[in-house]
Design a protein around this ligand. Structure first.
Ligand SMILES: Cc1cc2nc3c(=O)[nH]c(=O)nc-3n(C[C@H](O)[C@H](O)[C@H](O)COP(=O)(O)O)c2cc1C
Length: 377
């Protein structure tokens, strides 16, 4: 491919370079994938106001999320199995983020462990927590994130049970990869990916294997999740997690105004309006559709972030205009990683930054902090 100009170009490249089962793992939603598609397509319905003859010099995208200075209000969303899109994926993505001045969120279900990422980075990253039935393990994960100097904890609330993703079941997705003839074929046709994997020891769930009781390897993601994730997780759990963590806390997976109001009582610092990238409750509304009602329900009592379907800097601006203080990208950075490793993650961030900057200017604004509903029709 001669030029990479937009996130869709990175997706095309990733499809060619990442074994099918892992590319599909990223590019999938649950059941009909209707919510996954709506996350993207609902952005298209929102239109900007084009403004002219306004001074467009000296623009800035610099902002803050949960009190931290960032170069633009776009963080990397936590994604499981990132190290299967590209060898050492979490380390490479975290490095690209620190160079770009945006937060990187490491998933509980990452391939590279918290400690492996700390070792290869110089700035604090964020950690995303899934609460397991084994509360001791969850507590120890929090302690490990603290010891690593993580500067925010993202507590995911929308995955107590796993939404069914047909592609993963059809592909027989497992970690570490199984070596059936079908899987060997998928990997053999991606020699660059294989070489990378041969050169790293990070090939399983680094935060879990060897740390959770009785877990030596994870043969199947979905059955393990079904056994380990806590289906009884409740608002009360947020209290002990907040206390044990003691730092900035972000609640992820809020899609309903009533839950947004509940989250106020927890004393969390921020919520993420999210449907897990359309991977959990298929048939739920898109994140961008949910955002305005939630902003209205909580006012400025808590910081509101959003994720889901952002594929351009224009989408980020639309989310900010509708009241989000910060946003996250999942697939865009995963496609960048699969396409070109660290350079691809950096590219995905650059593409979004550039699109945001130009769009903001053409809407007549110079400072991202001044972006509000007035930029929309
Ligand atoms: C491949 C993949 C894995 C994910 N794994 C996690 C995870 O481990 N923890 C979590 O809280 N969210 C997870 N998510 C959801 C993302 O954090 C985020 O909500 C979603 O990707 C945003 O939508 P987008 O991909 O359209 O940007 C995952 C998403 C994808 C695509």
């Amino acid at each position: 491919m001669a030029q990479v100009l937009e996130i869709a170009d990175l997706k095309k490249l990733a499809r060619r370079r990442v074994p099918k089962m892992f590319f599909d793992y990223a590019d999938s939603g649950s059941w009909t994938e209707g919510t996954y598609r709506a996350n993207e397509s609902d952005f298209e319905k929102i239109k900007f106001r084009q403004r002219v003859a306004v001074d467009m010099t000296n623009r800035t995208l610099a902002s803050q999320m949960v009190g931290q200075d960032i170069s633009m209000p776009v963080a990397i969303a936590p994604t499981g199995l990132t190290g299967m899109q590209h060898a050492d994926g979490e380390i490479l993505a975290a490095q690209a983020c620190e160079e770009a001045g945006v937060p990187f969120t490491l998933s509980t279900m990452s391939v590279c462990s918290i400690e492996a990422v700390v070792e290869k980075t110089t700035k604090p990253f964020w950690f995303q927590l899934y609460v397991m039935q084994d509360k001791d393990f969850a507590g120890r994960l929090i302690d490990r994130a603290k010891a690593a100097g993580c500067s925010a904890l993202v507590l995911t609330l929308d995955l107590q049970i796993l939404g069914q993703r047909h592609k993963d079941l059809r592909n027989g997705l497992s970690t570490p990869p199984k070596f059936t003839p079908h899987h060997i074929w998928q990997m053999a046709t991606r020699p660059r990916w294989c070489l990378g994997m041969l050169g790293t020891k990070n090939r399983s769930f680094g935060n879990i294997v060897g740390h959770a009781k009785g877990v030596k390897d994870l043969s199947s993601l979905s059955s393990w999740t079904a056994e380990q994730f806590d289906p009884k997780l409740s608002w009360d759990d947020v209290a002990w997690i907040k206390e044990r963590w003691g730092g900035k806390l972000i609640l992820k997976g809020i899609l309903d105004p009533e839950d947004a109001v509940m989250s106020l009582k927890t004393g969390a610092d921020a919520i993420i309006v999210s449907n897990h990238g359309g991977r959990q409750l298929d048939g739920a509304i898109s994140s961008i559709e949910a955002l305005p009602e939630i902003v209205e329900a909580v006012g400025d009592k808590i910081e509101v972030h959003m994720d889901g379907g952002i594929r351009s800097g224009q989408d980020v601006l639309k989310a900010l205009a509708l009241g989000a203080k910060g946003t996250y990208i999942g697939r865009p950075f995963l496609y960048g990683l699969g396409a070109m490793g660290k350079a691809g993650v950096a590219k995905s961030i650059d593409i979004i930054r550039n699109e945001m900057d130009i769009t903001m200017a053409l809407c007549g604004k110079r400072d991202i902090k001044d972006v509000d509903r007035s930029i929309l029709r």
